[in-house]
Design a protein around this ligand. Structure first.
Ligand code: HEC
Ligand code: HEC
Length: 348
């Protein structure tokens, strides 16, 4: 080979290396394994037989999740309110901010471990993940669009015709396919690599500090009846004594109209609290200290206050400063950096 050939070869080699380096996402995707149940998690509730996760379906779902054309004026994506670096919540906003800067009435919950979820929204009302996106798309304060327009905008984009074909066999853009693709993305948002998970799976080198261990014992005694391991929610709706909010959000009652459901909200997971402040359905607490003080001294006996929080004559869960510190240490073991940095789940 001549010198010129060698130089060309060298450049080609460097070019390939540069491409590889610039494209770690592509490498991640090549390793795509579909939905994997973490060893320390129970069987998921989502019906995978009806919508198996494929690489192509997941990639389409991800593109749609970050697609501004899902909103009336093409400015808001699902990812505007569900931001990965905040464990797919809208960090810094008590209630969600949507189209034209309109305010909602509730705090954006994380898109996390939803394959184990049976009821969606803070106050229930949606019981199938495949139907969930209709709400944000059509809500006046969120995306303020209608589904037919969204599908027409998607149909008009050449990028999507190919993606629908790879995911579902033909180019046809239907509501069912659109929803299934979004679900395929959302069920892949699994957070299961916190320190806690590694300890539960007995991974090498993973141990609690003395404070974390003491906090874990307190947690199991005082909190786990609602925030059940390993998802840190039992999926139920309960009144944890927040009192009546200024907008008088009645929670589950708004859906069932049953007196016994008044002021009940979905028990949220406690994973990734480091990234998801502010807390509660209306984002009223900016810090974990505020939440713990609520349980200690601010629980209000509104109708249907959970019996667990009304055991000792005085509503709430008494916590001294030492117990609060230990509980906080334990809760911090539930943060999962790998989840918020997982390139596979980012806007591409
Ligand atoms: C303007 C902000 C906003 C946008 C845009 C938005 N969401 Fe949400 N999302 C919220 C809020 C707020 C809630 C809680 C609503 C409630 O409880 O009533 C929520 C709830 C959810 C839930 C239920 C989670 C749970 O744990 O119950 C899912 C799933 C979800 N959104 C997915 C999506 C998808 C998919 C899109 C895009 C099609 C989207 N969201 C767009 C703010 C938003
Ligand atoms: C009786 C059931 C119950 C018990 C016991 C309970 N919680 Fe909760 N928790 C809830 C419910 C319900 C909510 C959501 C309430 C709302 O937003 O309206 C909640 C919300 C939270 C939140 C906010 C999470 C978020 O994403 O906004 C934190 C943090 C929390 N609880 C921690 C604790 C800790 C720590 C303990 C033990 C000291 C505890 N909880 C005990 C039911 C309970």
């Amino acid at each position: 080979m001549s010198k010129k050939h060698w130089i060309i070869l060298c450049f080609l080699g460097l070019f390939i290396l540069a491409c590889k380096k610039d494209n770690p996402i592509k490498e991640e995707i090549e390793k795509f394994l579909g939905f994997q149940k973490p060893a320390n998690f129970p069987q998921p509730a989502y019906n995978f037989a009806n919508n198996p996760v494929t690489k192509e379906g997941f990639e389409l779902g991800r593109a749609l999740f970050y697609e501004p054309r899902l909103s009336r004026n093409n400015t808001i994506t699902c990812g505007s309110c569900h931001i990965q670096s905040s464990a797919f919540t809208q960090h810094g906003h008590d209630v969600s901010h949507g189209i034209d800067d309109r305010l909602g009435t509730r705090n954006s919950p994380p898109i996390m471990n939803l394959a184990w979820n049976k009821a969606f929204m803070w106050g229930g009302g949606v019981y199938d993940l495949d139907l969930q996106p209709i709400t944000p798309i059509t809500t006046h304060e969120e995306m303020d669009e209608n589904l037919e327009n969204v599908l027409n905008k998607i149909r008009a984009l050449p990028k999507y015709t190919g993606m629908f074909k790879s995911a579902f066999g033909t180019e046809e853009v239907t509501t069912a396919r659109f929803m299934k693709a979004l679900s395929q993305f959302m069920v892949m948002c699994v957070s299961s690599n916190s320190k806690y998970d590694k300890i539960m799976r007995k991974e090498a080198g993973a141990v609690f500090t003395a404070d974390e261990q003491a906090g874990y014992v307190l947690f199991k005694d005082k909190c786990a009846s609602c925030h059940a391991e390993p998802l840190f929610t039992d999926g139920s709706f309960r009144n944890n004594g927040l009192g009546i909010s200024p907008v008088n959000d009645k929670g589950l009652y708004a859906v069932t109209l049953m007196e016994t459901d008044k002021y009940k909200f979905k028990v949220p997971s406690l994973r990734n609290l480091q990234y998801t402040a502010p807390y509660m359905h209306d984002g009223r607490f900016l810090s974990l200290a505020g939440v713990l003080e609520h349980y200690n001294s601010e629980v209000q006996a509104t109708p249907n206050l959970d019996p667990v929080l009304n055991q000792n004559g005085k509503p709430g869960i008494a916590l001294n400063e030492d117990q609060k510190a230990k509980l906080t240490a334990f809760l911090n073991t539930l943060n999962d950096k790998e989840f918020i940095n997982n390139k596979m789940l980012s806007e591409q």
